[in-house]
Write a protein that binds this ligand. Sequence first.
Ligand code: ADP
Length: 306
Amino acid sequence: MEEVKVFAPATVANVSCGFDVLGFCLDHVGDTVIVRKSNTPGVRITKIEGQELPLETKKNVAGVAVEALLEQIETPFGFEIEIEKGIKAGSGIGSSAASSAGAVVGVNALLGNPFSRNELIAFAMKGEELASGAAHADNVSPALLGGFTLVRCGKKPDVISLPAPTELFATIIHPKIELRTADARSVLKQSISLDKAIQQWGNVGALVSGLYTNNYKLISRALVDVIIEPERSILIPHFDELKATALAAGGLGGGISGSGPSLFTLSRGEKTAENVRQALIKSFEPHGIPFDTFVSKINTHGAKIV
Ligand code: ADP
């Protein structure tokens, strides 16, 4: 095999109550990453379509992630990478994670898959470190493993795959405003009250239980973020209106996707998710801010060779 094409999906990090620990994988929206063997050693990004992003290996998350992988294994050849960006950087649905995940999956395939999907997470996280200054796994884990993932932080983090109930669908609305991850982080307080912590960890536990038991009502009650959303949502125009609209249209719950500005809503059934999308369009259009929407099932396989 000399060349592979990888579809690397968009992802939703945080999932309301699970700030920095939960994420899930979207379907059909993502980056396409082509990786080919080259006689020149090392990694080169030869082409990026769809967006202005750095071609320089050390400034592109895909280049940095693959360099991290190549530090762990000797290869007699180098790699060229082409990226077709299907996700706008900074939209809050894991643009950088998709490029990193796609690139390491492609290189791994050309090397005969010496690394497991779980092992690839650490390499893709190096890309996240470049994008946001912190090596978070909450987007790259679902992008590589699919479904829902939980990251237990620590010196030796655990990345745990959680089941995705089959009737769960996501609706995404992306208001096209600029919201830098650094700004979205800077509004967060560094300490929280015990009362809020208790509510939040109860919700995370309940959400995980709801995913295991297909308990959509419990999932709905658990999709509440009492810590991050109240502080961060002020950066997203008409957030409260959008959220109320999504719930009134039948959504189970939702919130800010990643650090925003996109919002996600989870619904039971594709029809309800589509009703939520239509209601969001109706509510947001009069504000005159450009936006995108889409409905997606939960992608249970993650980045895929196509
Ligand atoms: P997202 O959460 O959607 O990934 P961020 O704002 O956290 O968005 O990260 C995007 C940052 O990473 C931008 O500064 C962008 O220039 C940089 N970057 C480097 N390479 C890529 C790439 N291949 N895809 C997306 N962003 C990239």
